[in-house]
Design a binder for this molecule. Structure first.
Ligand code: C2E
Ligand code: MG
Ligand code: MG
Ligand code: MG
Length: 281
């Protein structure tokens, strides 16, 4: 069996490719009902302020539990939801659910906490996005700077000018933006300087081998220095060990996130973690 792809070349389906597309179709159909059947929930992972050792912010991470297929990772279902357009509805649910949780936490002992929400490039390109974000913040009576939208460099690939315009609008509304997985995408430094970015998240691929790869150490310290010079904060992703943490701290990284502190957790468990970390300091 052959299929024409976008470049007018023939591609042949191997049995593995066939199995993959069957699975993708199955997931796409299951996704259609996932929201109404309440199969989604959010986990939250703390972002630790390295100067104070406290939780400054938490990142909402989407989880999908299907009754027959089991847990499906966002790495697998988000691209399918993007292709089918379902990411818009799902993304709005994530924003509302995360901000409802933030409101609850800010009212019960964590008044300064901020919430980081991942945004797909498809959501980012919706002209109504800035309006939607402001509306949901008002709905929960939250200040705009309590929300951090995590964007990837992919938002600027097709139309850098439109991306800058959207960032300017969100910035004017007081919402903060982070560049997720920084260093792995296609954005150039000439674009970066035009972006209203509050913080760079140093991708975990640079953090993983900090202990034995001097190139990674050089890259990470250069990113931190560049961010400082541009007036942006830095968060290191995927911090798993004490020695990675020590290096990051010494280099002046502002925040760290990773299994060394906590895996992403359901809200009640994360609340327990936050109480312990407030008590300890
Ligand atoms: P991300 O935003 O870069 O999130 C970080 C990922 O690294 C998460 O994977 C997290 O569980 C994982 N992680 C955290 N600490 C560590 C660590 O110390 N070691 C290792 N090896 N991994 C760590 P997860 O939850 O599977 O999410 C994967 C990606 O899916 C996210 O990457 C994000 O791009 C996307 N995603 C998740 N939730 C949403 C959402 O609500 N909307 C959108 N559009 N994308 C989402
Ligand atoms: Mg993220
Ligand atoms: Mg990331
Ligand atoms: Mg990622």
């Amino acid at each position: 069996r052959a299929k024409l792809d976008g470049r007018n070349t023939f591609r042949f389906f191997t049995p593995e490719m066939q199995a993959q597309s069957v699975r993708a179709l199955q997931l796409e159909n299951a996704l259609r009902r996932a929201l109404e059947r309440e199969q989604f929930h959010l986990h939250y992972q703390p972002q630790m302020n390295l100067a104070t050792g406290t939780v400054r912010s938490v990142e909402a991470l989407l989880r999908w539990q299907h009754p027959q297929l089991g847990p499906i990772s966002p790495g697998e279902f988000i691209p399918i939801a993007e292709d089918s357009g379902q990411i818009l509805q799902i993304g709005e649910w994530v924003l509302r659910t995360a901000l409802a949780q933030l409101k609850a936490w800010r009212s019960c002992g964590f008044p300064e906490l901020t919430m980081a929400v991942n945004l797909s490039a498809i959501q980012f390109r919706q002209p109504q996005l800035p309006e939607l974000v402001s509306r949901v913040l008002v709905e929960f009576d939250l200040p705009p700077d309590s929300l951090e939208l995590e964007l990837t460099e992919g938002v600027a690939v097709d139309d850098p000018h439109a991306a800058v315009a959207t960032m300017d609008q969100l910035h004017a509304r007081g919402v903060r933006m982070s560049m997720d997985d920084f260093g792995t995408g296609y954005s150039s430094l000439s674009q970066l300087k035009r972006f209203q970015i509050f913080k760079l998240k140093i991708d975990q691929s640079f953090v993983r081998d900090l202990g034995n790869d001097s190139n990674d150490r050089a890259i990470v310290s250069a990113i931190i220095r560049m961010a400082q010079a541009l007036g942006m904060r830095t968060t290191a992703e995927g911090v798993e060990t004490e020695s990675q943490l020590a290096f990051l701290h010494e280099q002046g990284c502002d925040e760290a996130q990773g299994y060394h502190f906590s895996t992403p957790l359901p809200a009640e468990q994360l609340e327990r973690f936050m109480r312990q970390h407030t008590a300890a300091h």
